[in-house]
Ligand binder design. Sequence first.
Ligand code: ATP
Ligand code: MG
Length: 199
Amino acid sequence: MTDKDNAKHKARMQEQKAKVDERIAAAQEDKGLLLVITGNGKGKSTSGFGTVARAVGHGLKAAVVQYVKGTWDCGERDLLEKNGVEFHVMGTGFTWETQDKQKDIAAAQSAWQHSKKLLADPTIDLVLLDEITYMVTYKYIDLDEVLEALNARPKDQHVVITGRACHRAIIELADTVSEVRPIKHAFDSGIKAQKGIDW
Ligand code: ATP
Ligand code: MG
């Protein structure tokens, strides 16, 4: 790289830094955020749990409601519970192979009642509603009720919602939305779910 190239690069970087600094200075608002992690790729729940770990690391109080994998092990649970995170796991271990719809609806409703309490509790700084999107899709939980509870929550409370095919009304309400897109997944090559990676 010549001196001229170097100087050009430096000027460009300085210009970029000035722009970023300006935007950082302009962002003055503090508020509880609604985050949505959706899409068909791997990384939604791990992102949600990662955010919980991040918050707990700062001394914030977090709670988790798991809507789908009630009967599955999940490596994060033990670790986070030891660090004061309250977990509520939906009773029946809902899966797509489920046989008892009424039982699933009752379990979803019970998890939702618990979620509503968390969303009304100003002492909870962060609520993770893992896989709740499916309950809305199947209409096991009423969308309007979800929107109402999210809207009415304490001003500083953060919420993370994960799951595929998030309803567009929740996406519209959210502050930050990420879609995880699958490019490759080991399962498609016949590799089974790995402890510590997939659960
Ligand atoms: P993770 O919990 O690993 O962050 P996720 O929450 O994004 O995954 P889910 O749709 O909740 O994904 O699926 C949970 C399980 O299914 C995980 O074990 C994950 O590895 C696996 N999985 C996720 N995406 C895919 C995919 N595209 N193909 C096959 N398996 C997948
Ligand atoms: Mg998940």
